[in-house]
Design a protein around this ligand. Structure first.
Ligand SMILES: [Zn+2]
Ligand SMILES: [Zn+2]
Length: 285
């Protein structure tokens, strides 16, 4: 059974109002650890730490960090990014196998010197930078948010040791480990799952990453602002696929980062099912 870490940083917005209560029946499992940025309710081991400025400056420009400082959201952005960095470290230390990171802000629109779309810092890039200091080199990033991961692409475009497969609006391209797969409107769950099976899984198997990061957004779900026709049940099935490949190629080291999606009831339906899959609880099967 996999040990799953849940990293909870929640400072604003409506969509996560039902959490962590919606994880009842999962949080009490022995293989599930809960890390919280707000309540230091355990023995200190499970406190979620903010990202350090020193680490930020290894990924982002000083000017950009300075701009975020002036935005008023700097502190919560540090905690939001810190969850992913800490998840990567806890996996490296061997305390957990995989993780789900609740973010206050997204991730994939933050590049070296720009940010936008509610993404201040690129937490996957921060975690990768931190892991590389420990000697880990190769990573895969799969992005199923409906939008293009322009920030992630900006940072890793020329990096031979990062595979970036992004399911988005962009025309199809496969260029030096940078892959975009266009998702048309009115895509069925089955069609989407087939695309992930065809375009991500074989590449990940060949690439042999040491960790997989999943930029998970549910904004392509019916009724969302990036509606591509997916049902809410598509995302737990994606979790099974992506967890399956992580279990196969990198000892299950998978970090799921919450990206886009706005609807509260969708979050409350989808996220517990994804975490249930990661932790192999079986409550929803
Ligand atoms: Zn893309
Ligand atoms: Zn999005």
């Amino acid at each position: 059974m996999k040990r799953t870490g849940i990293f909870f940083t929640y400072f604003q917005g409506e969509r996560l109002r039902d959490f962590p209560q919606a994880l009842a029946g999962i949080l009490d499992k022995e293989n599930v650890s809960y890390y919280d940025a707000v309540y230091d309710s355990h023995d200190g081991l499970y406190y979620l730490a903010p990202a350090s400025e020193e680490l930020l400056l290894k990924v982002h420009s000083r000017d950009m960090v300075q701009e975020v400082k002036l935005s008023g959201d700097y502190e919560s952005a540090l905690y939001s990014a810190g969850g992913t960095v800490q998840a990567a470290d806890e996996i490296w230390q061997g305390r957990i196998d995989n993780a789900f990171v609740f973010t206050s802000y997204g991730d994939h629109h933050a590049g070296r010197n720009f940010y936008g779309g509610m993404c201040y810092f690129n937490s996957a890039a921060l975690a990768i930078t931190s892991l590389r200091e420990r000697g880990i080199r190769r990573f895969a990033i799969v992005d199923t948010d409906c939008h293009h991961g322009d920030g992630t692409r900006d940072i890793f475009r020329c990096d031979d040791d990062v595979l970036h497969v992004c399911f988005c609006y962009q025309d199809y391209q496969d260029n030096h480990h940078n892959v975009d797969v266009r998702i048309p409107y009115r895509t069925s769950d089955e069609e989407y799952l087939v695309l992930v099976k065809q375009e991500f899984i074989p590449r990940a198997v060949v690439f042999k990453p040491e960790y997989i990061f999943w930029e998970f957004g549910y904004d392509a779900t019916q009724g969302e602002y990036g509606d591509k026709g997916l049902t809410r049940d598509c995302h737990p099935k994606l979790a099974q696929l992506i967890k399956g490949v992580a279990d196969k190629v990198c000892h299950g080291r998978l970090i799921t980062i919450l990206c886009g999606g706005s609807d509260r009831s969708l979050a409350t339906y989808i996220i517990p099912r994804i975490i249930d899959c990661l932790a192999e609880v079986g409550r929803y099967q």
